[in-house]
Design a binder for this molecule. Structure first.
Ligand code: IPM
Ligand code: MG
Length: 348
């Protein structure tokens, strides 16, 4: 019995979560595994009612689940970043979800804005460090609001944090077994302390993986190549901030935020899976948001639970469904949110 915590979240979050859970149910019936869902109402509604964002007890409880599914967090009436930081980032840090695994996989050429690129060319994985760098909140502000204001936001990179991320990336590249090529995306020409460490650790650990080809690219150049020659990439490993940015670029070349999914992973403990897009307030309640990203996150979760046959079947069902859809943008799919969920469930 898999114990799953579910945080549907804000705006379109509950809608896409509903479809992901529909697909989970279909997969469990077909492949004979059982699970138990525990829902948590964290997000704007609870915050506006009670002022509570993510109580410490919840984080303790999360540790006792096999996995966590998150719909989307963020609301236009909430102060900027409070819920995102308080719920998503807090969970990443407290549960030490130090890998953010983001596949960039295009299903159909017509969903890609790049000329002459199709599923063959756009198929790589970004491994983003998920607990350090500019995200730790280190720094401070001095003389705020005056002409003499000083604002410092520090990038924290620990040897241990860099090492475990890079090691995970080498292991992942080996297991993925596609081109067995790992690219370090960095900026060591400017960030001469932190990214110099990333480069040294990358070279050091790379020596243990003689079967994996290594490569390094500056982050600005990485953006350029992702657009011009996405087929050059197999697996990219990078820092938290760069990973945040390049995975939005990744999302748009794979068909947009309606498609992109990711996993916040602690390889030794509980992990959290989420669609990459936000809560898309303007589409909320209209049954028109694309649930494929959430279903893709659910597929990654099923794989991580060890239900391999079910994960393969859900992946196939997603491909089959995407091929029936007019487009990946909300409202342009040719189907409603719930219909897309039904199509995937039926295809399983
Ligand atoms: C992401 C998001 C988050 C991030 C935000 C919502 C804090 O953009 O998951 O990529 O910056 O990590
Ligand atoms: Mg982001």
């Amino acid at each position: 019995m898999h114990k799953i915590a579910v945080i549907p979240g804000d705006c379109t979050g509950p809608e896409v979560t509903g479809e992901a859970m529909k697909v989970l149910k279909a997969a469990s019936e077909k492949f004979g595994f059982t699970y138990e869902l525990t829902e948590y109402d964290f997000g704007y509604d609870r915050y506006s009612r009670t002022g509570e964002i993510l109580p410490p007890e919840a984080l303790k409880e999360f540790r006792h689940f096999d996995t966590i599914f998150l719909g989307a967090i963020g609301h236009p009436d909430a102060p900027e970043g409070v819920l995102e930081k308080g719920i998503i980032l807090q969970t990443r840090f407290e549960l030490d979800l130090y890998i953010n695994l983001r596949p960039v996989k295009l299903y159909r050429s017509q969903d890609c804005p790049l000329k002459d690129k199709g599923p063959e060319e756009v198929d790589f994985v970004v491994i983003r460090e998920n607990t350090e760098d500019l995200y730790t909140g280190a720094g401070g502000v001095f003389k705020k609001g005056t002409d003499d204001e000083v604002a410092i936001q520090e990038s924290i990179n620990t040897r241990k944090g860099v090492e475990r991320c890079i090691r995970y990336a080498f292991e992942y590249t080996r297991k993925r077994n596609k081109r067995k090529k790992l690219t370090l995306c960095h900026k060591s020409n400017v960030l001469t302390y932190a990214h110099d460490m990333w480069r040294r650790v990358f070279t050091e650990i790379g020596e243990e993986y003689s079967d994996v080809e290594t490569d390094a690219a500056y982050v600005d150049a990485t953006c350029m190549w992702m657009v011009k020659n996405p087929e050059w990439f197999d697996v990219i490993v990078t820092t938290n901030m760069f990973g945040d940015i390049i995975t939005d670029l990744g999302a748009i070349i794979q068909g947009g935020l309606g498609v992109a999914a990711g996993g916040n992973i602690n390889p030794d403990s509980v992990s959290m899976f989420e669609p990459m897009g936000g809560s898309a307030p303007r589409h909320a309640g209209k049954n028109r948001i694309n649930p494929i990203a959430a279903i893709g996150a659910c597929q990654m979760m099923i794989a991580q639970l060890g239900e391999d046959d079910a994960a393969v079947a859900v992946d196939r069902a997603i491909v089959e469904t995407v091929n029936k859809m007019d487009a990946m943008e909300a409202g342009k799919m040719g189907y409603s949110t719930t219909e897309v969920g039904d199509l995937v469930a039926t295809a399983i």
